[in-house]
Design a protein around this ligand. Structure first.
Ligand code: PA5
Length: 535
């Protein structure tokens, strides 16, 4: 590298020099990464070099099979999914290859009508039930890659919102009989998919379907879900490996099964991720796009996430990518403790949607308001062939112009931004994008010394919900005697430090026909009285 001038959004000469130095490109993938408009300086690069040397070593050990997720005593093997030959033993290599073959042939057989619904007709729909990494990756695959007229329509249950479940199941209606239901949970014990599955099963059977003949499980061997699927002889089960985390599972069955069922090229997706993996193993920061990204993130937020990442893909198909990255980055890096147990409260906040749409929404603040973010622009150069010029105007030119205009305006306002450009958008480039961010998160996690592969906050959330539900059971048991009580009396009987949790429980119970008569003023919790009416 020649000398890297400091970032000055008003000096075209220095911007051009920085652009020439900090633009990374790979011809084979048709992929550019430009971090020249991030506040990455030569002193930053020098200061970060020892951290990167250690991070490259750690990533090599992780890929060789080290227990990189020490808190859970687990290997971290998502990179093996696109290069099975790198897995630490032959059995794992063979297992990965077998699963890809099984997924691919299952998808082809369903789409060809060789595997049919119990009534004998081809499957008409897919109902995907999964949350977090078991929901967002599949949603991204479908929204990003499904082509008009190819594959089966997908429907998602990724929540326990009764109205959401009702809308999906009601929308499917009688077609539930010919719907392939895929239940996805690595642990096999997450409440959301469990409840979604129970509701769907009742509705499907009421519609005349046969659950076991229509249901597929994607889960870890011997999980509760796996045992159920085996005992009931579900149509298929596919493995989620112990060494693949939810948010990095998109190149496992979790992302490949939807790809197969929408008729997308899952091998090209894996190849794109694998190609990016090879490029991001390079131990030189300036020649490694994931290291460049991690360095730019570090410089922007002082290694403490002081600036949020706003993801702006200028492509409708990538709208879900912002949410996908939100999970990948925030669940991985948002940690209270570093790996030595020191309290650090680390993280990197991510939000976004798509351009140019967002230019008519929050981009106003990005241009003119608080300087607490950096933008990640993503663009694809290839336009749709059937959307040509009308009266001399081409939407693709406008899309490109809007991105460049916003990029320039942000830089002139001293707002940091980086740009990823794909020559064309397809399975391969999506795989490469995923691989890039997975590795950037891994390297950044090393730089800030957090375990990027566990999620204690998610586990704590599950536990807290279980306590609330247990309290509701105790409350309903108490009220079953038909006596009228105040909130304070209930709290005393249940030995609670405060009546507030009772207020929350009763507000929900009272809004539904569950047999509770609640009197008093809802704006004055102390005035409330409740009685269970006789059944
Ligand atoms: O990334 C993660 O590990 C989580 O977001 C999980 O994907 C999520 O909690 C769902 O877990 P499971 O697949 O076990 O149901």
């Amino acid at each position: 590298m020649t000398s890297l001038p400091p970032l000055d959004g008003h000096d075209p000469t220095s911007l051009w020099t920085r652009f020439s130095e900090l633009l990374w490109y790979d011809e084979d993938l048709g992929f550019w990464l430009d971090v020249s408009r991030m506040a990455l300086s030569q002193p930053d690069l020098d200061r970060l070099q020892p951290g990167f040397d250690q991070a490259f070593r750690a990533m090599a050990e992780l890929e060789a099979g080290a227990i990189a997720n020490r808190d859970e005593q687990r290997q971290v093997g998502h990179y093996w999914l696109r290069a099975p030959e790198l897995a630490p033993d032959d059995a794992t290599t063979a297992h990965i290859r077998l699963e890809v073959d099984r997924l691919s042939s299952f998808g082809q057989a369903v789409l060809a009508g060789e595997i049919r619904s119990p009534g004998g007709e081809p499957f008409t729909d897919v109902l995907w039930i999964g949350i977090g990494g078991s929901g967002l990756g599949p949603l991204l695959m479908v929204r990003a890659l499904q082509q008009r007229g190819r594959g089966l329509p997908f429907h998602f249950i990724d929540n326990v919102d009764p109205q959401g479940i009702s809308a999906v199941l009601g929308g499917l209606g009688e077609r539930l009989r010919s719907t392939l239901v895929i239940v996805v949970s690595k642990s096999g014990g997450t409440p959301e998919p469990h409840l979604g599955m129970a509701q769907s099963r009742v509705r499907l059977e009421a519609a005349g379907g046969d659950w076991a003949a229509q249901a597929v499980a994607v889960t870890m061997l011997d999980s509760h879900l796996d045992k159920q699927a085996q005992a009931e002889q579900w149509l298929r089960r596919f493995d989620m490996f112990d060494w693949v985390g939810g948010r990095t599972s998109i190149t496992s069955a979790v992302g490949l099964l939807p790809a197969a069922l929408i008729g997308a090229d899952l091998h090209a997706f894996l190849a794109g991720a694998g190609a990016m993996d090879r490029l991001t193993r390079r131990p030189e920061v300036l020649h490694n796009p994931a290291a460049l990204l991690a360095a730019a993130w570090f410089a922007a937020g002082d290694g403490q996430g002081r600036r949020d990442m706003v993801v702006l893909p200028y492509r409708d198909r990538l709208e879900v990518f912002s949410r996908y990255l939100q999970q990948l980055v925030m669940e991985s890096l948002g940690k209270k403790y570093d790996r030595s147990g020191r309290v650090v409260h680390q993280g990197l906040a991510v939000y976004g949607n798509k351009g140019s749409t967002d230019q008519h929404a929050y981009v106003q603040q990005l241009r003119d308001g608080l300087d607490n973010f950096f933008v990640t622009f993503i663009e694809a150069l290839e336009d749709a062939p059937d959307i040509g010029p009308v009266q001399g105007e081409r939407p693709g030119d406008f899309l490109c112009g809007f991105l460049q205009g916003t990029r320039s305006a942000l830089s002139e306002g001293d707002r940091q931004n980086l740009t990823i450009t794909l020559r064309r958008f397809d399975e391969r480039s999506l795989g490469a994008l995923v691989g890039l961010f997975e590795r950037a998160v891994g390297l950044y996690g090393e730089l800030i010394d957090v375990n990027a592969y566990h999620q204690p906050g998610v586990e704590a959330g599950k536990k807290a919900a279980a306590e609330v539900l247990a309290l509701q059971v105790r409350l309903e048991d108490l009220l079953a005697d038909g006596q009228q009580r105040s909130l304070a009396a209930i709290a005393e009987a249940l030995e609670l430090a405060s009546p507030e949790p009772i207020f929350w429980a009763l507000r929900h119970l009272g809004a539904n026909p569950r047999g509770y008569r609640i009197s008093g003023d809802w704006g004055n919790p102390a005035s409330l009285q409740v009685i269970k009416e006789p059944d």
